[in-house]
Design a binder for this molecule. Sequence first.
Ligand code: H79
Length: 420
Amino acid sequence: ALGQPGYRPAPENLEARRWFHDAKFGLFIHWGIYSLLGDGEWVMNNRRIQVADYEKLAAFFNPIRYDADAWVRLAKEAGMKYITITSKHHDGFAMFDSKATDWDIVDRTPYGKDVLKPLAEACRRHGLKLFFYYSQLDWHHPDYFPRGRTGRDNGRPERGDWPRYLDFMDAQLTELLTTYGEIGGIWFDGWWDRPDADWGHDELYAMIHRLQPHALIGNNHHREPFPGEDFQMFEQDLPGENTAGFNRAGVSRLPLETCLTINRSWGYHRGDRNHKSERELIQTLVKAAGRNANLLLNTGPLPDGTIQPEHAERLRAIGKWLRANGQSIYGTRGGPFPPGPWGVSTWKGRRVYLHLLARPQGSWQLPPLKERIRAARLLHGGAIPFTQSEQGIRVEVPAEAWDPVDTIVVLELRDRPGRS
Ligand code: H79
């Protein structure tokens, strides 16, 4: 089975989906022993590092400056409501105290401590939810066999016991769901390495939903969601777009999430200075909200446990913007106007927020709306002229009100828009 057949989400799960939908903004963290090499999280595959050599890396991982509380405070300052962290990436290395293997941070590094535990505690203290990224693909585990399309040149034996690998994944996910209190959910990745394999999703998903019914399951398999999944993610693209090349799946009715790198790397990359501007990042958050999706914005911390200053700076700037404009983002839904070159719209109750992202010649023309507009005003300013007819809506935004990041116009409606 591709998923969990006959899955019906529990009431707690539906409640968690609403929370997720309202939350809008999270922090993605890619951190592992690969961070030491400063060459991204695919370094083992890309440089064809032999398993025996890659294993030596663990002896150097000692993040003495790791401060989970500081990470969570930064995420909170950025206006983020949740954190998703790599518990295990494709290199198979567990960043937690796994009993299912000794290929983990406690058994193999001089640091010798579980990094997820303090993060879970800090998230609880500060009111953020914590999700665990978990790679189904594994370039290290001997039973990940037959191998898929990646990790083929790492000097591994040409044998292995796939059912035993599935048991291993079950064991690690049980640990993740029973050791850290309530978690937000599991963010799977790597399925695409072996799309034809039997991944045991029926049992795996059922087990997760049994252990924590509110926990949301998402799987970055680049297909439309399988039964048993609770949200749909899009990597490096807004829902419905496909600049990455693999985002061909349709947009489902589940809660949506776009994950995005600040530069071009997930794991720390010392040479990657292609950091997106504050403006671009804020506009992406806005465009995601206008498409009814969350933004999961990524940073790859340094091996010493600190967050790249270029990233921290941008996160703080987004937080500042959200403190001024967050009412047009948090708790909203996308629409009622379809996104266009002009920008996007969000709505909450009887209020529609127009996020004007491009400046037209003259006034803004929008498609017709069935609900009557009572008044139009700037989120930061007074009333503005508008007309509404069967041909559409026109709003006049004075030149001095134009904000090159996002000019926000509030439309007060007589009735709620008839969409969900
Ligand atoms: O964790 C980050 C990346 O390491 C991981 N997902 C994000 C969140 C990631 N893995 N792969 N990619 C990102 C993009 C590469 C996709 C490819 Fe393929 C894998 C190209 C060829 C193999 C999947 C299968 C897409 C096309 C075929």
